[in-house]
Design a protein around this ligand. Structure first.
Ligand SMILES: [Zn+2]
Length: 283
């Protein structure tokens, strides 16, 4: 499942083709993805210029000069294909229409963005820009990890006396937006905190220490995504999800990467999802 860094990478890849650019024609090839598309979506997008492209949690938001915002959720298998646009030394010709090309943006200056989603867990919606924060997918989200609102005082306050495991608390999108299973495992390993520890029983100073670690782990993944954009992803014009090296995630049975730790990565299931951690250095 894609997480914040992967979505941020796709946003960054779309930015040069979308920001400041006219959607000359929007082509919508089916009535729905995970949910029905909004009424007259193609008409409402056609002729609009994209003012800016931002991200909220795992959603890409395109603010349009029609004062509407397009929400794009890539879901599990959504991919964005960019063609007819030169990025650095790469120029990708338009591909032949393919199965699962559900939405196509024909941009000014000849570029084309194709949203292809075989499993159709993705979504698109349109809303007035002024009401974007109140959209049902976003209204209950906690602060962004890189925002000022996500700080030590905030996190200590939110986790105080909470009886849930720290892993579940960090996955709670109302506490912090955009963190998923992979990066929570990585953050807890870096912090040396066992994923099953009750959040309310961890000292305030250790909870406060999670704030910079969350940012560090996400920032490293975003940087890795950025370098993947610069090389092989651009080779075929496809913006999908990348996977890079993790310290604990999906490494059951492998040695711990922490200097001097003799531990072996273990896996437990919490709320139906795998938690990877090192019993040697996570307490
Ligand atoms: Zn270890």
């Amino acid at each position: 499942m894609p997480e914040l860094p992967e979505v941020e990478t796709v946003r960054a890849g779309l930015s040069p083709v979308m920001e400041g650019q006219l959607i000359q024609r929007a082509e919508v090839n089916r009535p729905d993805l995970r949910w029905p598309f909004p009424d007259r979506m193609a008409d409402r997008l056609t002729g609009a210029t994209v003012r800016g492209l931002r991200r909220r949690s795992k959603y890409i938001l395109a603010d349009l000069d029609s004062d509407e915002t397009l929400l794009i959720h890539l879901g599990m298998s959504g991919r964005m294909l960019i063609s007819g646009h030169t990025v650095g030394k790469f120029h990708h010709p338009h591909p032949a229409p393919a199965k699962h090309d559900h939405v196509v943006f024909h941009m000014g200056q000849g570029a084309r963005i194709t949203f292809n989603d075989a499993r159709r867990f993705g979504a698109m919606d349109l809303m007035p820009t002024a009401e974007a924060d109140a959209h049902w997918l976003m209204r209950d989200l906690g602060p962004e990890p890189f925002s000022n609102q996500f700080n030590e005082t905030y996190l200590v306050g939110r986790l105080k006396r909470r009886n849930t495991p720290i892993k579940s608390a960090l996955l709670d999108q109302r506490i912090v937006a955009g963190l998923g299973n992979i990066y929570v495992c990585e953050v807890l390993h870096r912090a040396g905190i066992h994923p099953a520890r009750k959040a309310g029983r961890i000292s305030a100073s250790r909870i406060a220490g999670l704030v910079p670690l969350v940012r560090q782990v996400l920032q490293e993944a975003i940087a890795a995504g950025g370098s993947s954009l610069r090389d092989y992803r651009q080779a075929d014009g496809e913006l999908g999800y990348f996977q890079h090296g993790f310290a604990v995630y999906d490494r059951e049975g492998a040695p711990c990467t922490r200097d001097g730790c003799p531990g072996v990565i273990d896996r437990i299931v919490q709320s139906g999802r795998s938690s990877f951690f090192c019993p040697g250095c996570q307490r």
